[in-house]
Design a protein around this ligand. Structure first.
Ligand code: ARG
Length: 495
């Protein structure tokens, strides 16, 4: 018996191939089976389906493998599974599988079930990258690197300061992921097509069996909305915006022009013609994937825009974007963690890069303000003169300042003289950084405390993550162990 029913003649092969979601349903197939089991359990528990009939269905479902054969042609896996059940155990039993449910609530539920692991996986990848950044900050954090604004040397900073900036952005990403998880983890089942159903189903019981923490309140919202998909895509996009900026810096920093670090060979490729080449290919792909993930987010938003309620097949087109983006983002962050963890810094190159580059000039200006009564704007102008002379003469700033400070300040009517050793110390990168007093600044003495705070943060995210993923695994195990389900199925309402 063809479960599609007698209402329509067969669709054309071309139309079926075009509208079918079989090619991407592999991702949710095992959840579709799980949803069918939980739904049948609820039907049996409510006395809506005879226990023997229910048992037959359960037996079929628990023996079904979620593999989709490449040649299978159906509208989707939801239809295929029911058809397979009818073919295997007959329509008298399998014909109850879809009693009180629709593909609309079923697909929305299966997507959320798969999305739960995807979201946890991406949070895990963000944590892996955070760990790599933190470890490098512990190992090489006191190295000084140029800090840039406008990609022009601005002020030296510690490597820890630079890497912890990324750590903190990723920490917010991870927190976004955890908040988003709570919105993903509620069940649409029992909404049926969109109006609910007269079949006596305990939606909260089904939700509990599927490991959800509650239900999507409104049945129409449950089948029409994909905001959790958009939110997950935007979570993925956000992590990729952060990842791609870091990837870009690894590419720049490993170029001969910067020469700050060397990436491990494991993440590089050579050239087919230029034997000397070492290209940062993995980082380049992370940078590119950020574009693809953003494209997936935009595609999902564009599909949803102005879509009338409730279910339309347009929604089917959102799902593959979601999986692609979550995969791309998770793989990118994990790879980046490896790249960061294995990169080797060139200490002498870094030292040279911040020697006599005038990037501590503001230290001298601040000193003129705090010790010699100039306003900041006056001091800024004095040091600006000195820097200009230094650049034009090719002499280091501390030399120029020692010789000309008195004359330049004299012109303002506030003649200042400072001895050469003090000027040299004021312009020295380490002294400069050790003078930083504001919380969150790049003083090397702050590093141990900054690391400790973040280690605790990582522990908190880690334990939230492992709590959620073990709860998820436990609920899946219970669902798929038929005996586990049978215990829950004790009928409440007798026939
Ligand atoms: N293949 C569909 C999807 O992925 C499943 C729901 C189809 N519902 C329907 N009424 N045709 O969204």
């Amino acid at each position: 018996m063809d479960i599609r029913g007698p209402r329509l003649r067969k669709p054309s092969d071309e139309a079926l191939a075009f509208t079918s979601s079989m090619a991407s349903d592999g991702r949710i197939a095992r959840h579709v089976i799980g949803v069918n089991m939980a739904h049948m359990a609820a039907l049996m528990r409510a006395g809506e389906v005879d226990r023997a009939v229910g048992a037959k269905c359960m037996k079929f479902l628990s023996g079904t493998s979620p593999e989709i054969s490449p040649g299978a042609s159906a509208e989707d896996y939801h239809q295929q599974l029911e058809q397979d059940a009818v073919d295997a155990i007959g329509v008298e039993a399998a014909g109850y599988l879809n009693y009180g449910k629709s593909r609309n609530d079923q697909v929305a539920t299966a997507i959320r079930m798969e999305l739960r692991s995807q979201v946890l996986g991406l949070i895990g990848a963000a944590v892996a990258l955070q760990k790599a950044l933190l470890r490098q900050s512990g190992r090489s954090g006191t190295l000084l690197v140029p800090g840039y604004t406008h990609l022009q040397r601005a002020q030296p900073v510690t490597l820890a300061h630079h890497y912890l900036a990324y750590f903190d952005a990723l920490q917010r990403d991870a927190e976004r992921g955890l908040q988003l998880y709570a919105r993903v983890n509620i069940s649409p089942m029992g909404s049926a097509a969109m109006a609910g159903t007269s079949v006596r189903l305990d939606r909260r019981f089904v939700a509990h069996l599927l490991g959800f923490s509650g239900i999507v309140r409104n049945a129409m919202d449950a089948v029409s909305s994909r905001d959790v998909a958009v939110e997950s895509l935007s979570f993925a996009t956000m992590t990729m915006l952060d990842a791609s900026r870091l990837a870009e810096e690894l590419i720049l920093w490993s170029s001969a022009e910067f020469g700050f670090l060397e990436l491990a060979d494991a993440y590089a490729a050579s050239s087919s013609i230029m034997p000397q080449k070492k290209n940062a290919v993995a980082a380049e792909l992370v940078r590119a994937k950020a574009g693809s993930v953003l494209g997936d987010l935009v595609a999902a938003c564009a599909i949803l825009k102005a879509l009338p309620y409730s279910y339309n097949l347009d929604l089917q087109e959102v799902t593959p974007q979601l999986w692609r983006a979550m995969d791309d983002a998770t793989r990118s962050l994990n790879l980046l963690a490896g790249m960061v963890g294995s990169a080797k810094f060139d200490q002498s190159r870094l030292r040279r890069s911040i020697t006599d580059d005038n990037s501590t000039a503001v230290g001298l200006a601040n000193y003129l303000v705090s010790n010699h009564g100039l306003s900041f704007r006056q001091a800024h102008s004095v040091v600006g003169h000195l820097v200009r002379t230094s650049v034009e003469s090719g002499k280091p700033l501390h030399e120029v300042a020692s010789r000309q400070l008195a004359a330049v300040t004299g012109r303002l009517g506030k003649k200042v003289s400072i001895d050469a050793a003090t000027i040299k110390a004021l312009l020295d990168p380490v002294t400069f950084l050790e003078g930083i007093s504001t919380e969150g600044g790049s003083n090397p003495r702050f590093i141990p405390r900054e690391l400790k705070v973040r280690e605790r943060e990582l522990e908190r995210t880690g334990s939230a993550l492992s709590g959620l993923s073990s709860a998820l695994k436990a609920s899946e195990r219970k669902l798929h162990a038929t005996s586990g389900l049978a215990r829950e199925v004790k009928p409440r309402i007798e026939h």
